[in-house]
Design a protein around this ligand. Sequence first.
Ligand code: HEM
Length: 229
Amino acid sequence: MVGEIIAVWFGSVHQLAMTATYAIEDLCLHEEYVHPLREEINRIAPEGLCPELAAMPLLDSFLRETVRCTNSDAITVRRKALTPFTFSDGVRVDQGDWVCIPQRAMMRDPARYSHAQQFDGFRFARANKLLALNEGCADVPEGAPLQLTDVDVDWPIWGLGNTACPGRFYATTVLKLMMVCILQGWECRLADPRALRWRTWRSSVVPRTGTVVVFQRRQMESPTLVRRA
Ligand code: HEM
């Protein structure tokens, strides 16, 4: 019981905190996204009304790009073979062997993503728009899932199958609400934009405590001005 509780606690608290940290740092490092994201928020949630998170494709795309560029774990979907197993490509594992998906390498693979090493916050939003027009987009893998919460071999950040993360809808809602709050009420910047952002521990990619984000309260526009704009 203790092991199970600790595992769920670690997974739910730490994964969400790490993902949120990387998202805030990305907002600081790529300030060109602040204006379009604020515009989307003002359109969907004028006058600080509870935002309709599902209707924010740019924010969803930005967060997906954050996750793509900075997974908090290099591997996912750890599975132990209970019996010998042969994959469709002929790879064989013995009973007791472990297999996993190398998600960090997949997410940075230039064969899957155009300019894979670059942060392109709206690549997923562009891909979804083209898909709606029945056109492909070379920026993301063909048949890539549509949104952050999707579970797919091309988007294995939540795991796969029966044990895929049940907390993903909650985690995504919290992430989006945090971003909305920050974008609406705060300006943020990294104290040192060249500071190292993470360190690795086993397969985990953990934010560094020394990476400082400076928050400054925004001068809020009045709701009337927001509406006119
Ligand atoms: C960004 C945040 C999160 C990420 C990236 C994440 C990712 C994952 C991954 C990769 C797995 C393993 C799935 C598999 O092996 O198939 C998992 C399992 C799980 N997650 Fe999350 N998670 C997050 C947040 C949360 C939160 C907030 C909760 C709870 C409120 C949660 C609850 C769980 C539970 C209970 C499992 C075990 C599912 C099972 O074994 O049946 N997770 N998560």
